[in-house]
Every structure is written in C-alpha cells, then in structure tokens.
Design a protein around this ligand. Structure first.
Ligand SMILES: [Fe+2]
Length: 195
C-alpha cells in the first residue's frame, strides 16, 4: 500500500495513518529545499531598490553572520523577507509562520514585527510615525528587533557589498528547519487505538 484508500477520515485505520505519517515526515524533511527554492523567486526584479530581494536577503544574513549572530538568527535574517512575493501587504507573517515552530519565540516575534521596526527608516516619508516601534519598547524582543533592522536589514541594499552566496547558508537552513517542531504530532501509536 503506498496510498490510503479511505474516502473520509472515519474510514481510516492505523496502517493508513502510519503510511501518511511516514510520507509526511519525508515531506517535512524536504521543506528546507522547498523554502530555499521559494527564496530564489525573490531574484530578478528589484522593484526599484538598488538590489533585488534575493540579494538583500543574502546580504542581511551575511551581515548578521559577520556580526557574530548565532545560526538561528542568521537563518532568520536569510528568510525574513521570503513572503514578499506571496504577501506584499503582510510579508513578515509568512517568514514568521515558516520559522515559528523551530525557533525562539522572541525571534519569531522579531520577524513578525520587523516591518514596523524597519519603518523607523522610511515611515516619515509616507507621513507616518517613524517612532511607531516605540510602543514595544518594554517588549523583551525590542532590542534584538531594533538591532536586526538597524544593523542588518535596512543596511543590506548595497550592490557593492561582499555578500556570501546562498550555498554558504544552506546547511544552516537545513539544521534549523529540521529541528523537532513545537506542537508537532508525536510518533504514531503501535496498535490500532480503541476509539
Ligand atoms: Fe528586509
């Protein structure tokens, strides 16, 4: 059997769930490859910026790495804008959603809020309050989010910067995204459950 035969979950048995679980774990383990494939979609159109989003992501990760950030933070830097093409209106949610099961909740918060924090550098050009991030000054992730945006994210639009290639970061992404996810299903039970 390489495929379940049930027509709805009420007909499913343990063996079918075991098969699906097996296939799902392979699928999960392949997620880093698919995530990086998607990151490549950010290459090409610069949308008017000095570099395209792919280059920007690589540069942000390179700066984080060279500043001594830990591996998890470097991966956050690499993937923080991966939602740009799918969800331009709330792109930070996409990266936060992808990374959240595998990383420190404070880093997930940082990714989720990086757009507002980054806005310190441009919101006033649009008539908005550039200091809006100050509402989170007492949050435990405030300092790291400011540092992320000020030192690495907003600084990474330099076409002449010595940016590391994606290959440099692939093993890091593989290690972080194949951690045991928070909230994942435990191993399947040995026998058919009673009910
Ligand atoms: Fe960015």
């Amino acid at each position: 059997m390489n495929q379940a035969r049930f027509r709805h979950f009420g007909e499913a048995n343990r063996d079918e769930w075991a098969l699906i679980d097996d296939r799902f774990r392979d699928y999960v383990n392949d997620a880093p490859r698919r995530v990086l494939e998607h990151l490549h979609r950010l290459a090409g159109d610069t949308h008017g910026y000095p570099v395209d989003r792919f280059e920007h992501c690589l540069q942000t990760a390179t700066r984080a790495l060279r500043a001594g950030a830990d591996e998890e933070m470097v991966v956050c830097a690499l993937l923080h804008d991966i939602g740009d093409d799918l969800a331009p209106a709330n792109h930070a949610e996409i990266a936060a959603g992808i990374l959240e099961p595998f990383i420190d909740p404070l880093n997930a918060w940082m990714i989720r809020h990086h757009e507002l924090f980054q806005g310190y550098h441009y919101r006033h050009y649009f008539g908005l309050d550039r200091h809006a991030r100050e509402q989170f000054r007492d949050h435990p992730a405030y300092e790291r989010t400011v540092r992320f945006c000020d030192d690495w994210d907003q600084a990474s639009f330099d076409p002449d910067y010595d940016t590391l290639p994606l290959e440099h970061f692939v093993p890091m992404v593989e290690r972080v995204l194949t951690r045991a996810p928070f909230g994942g299903l435990p191993p399947i039970v040995e026998e058919e459950p009673r009910s």
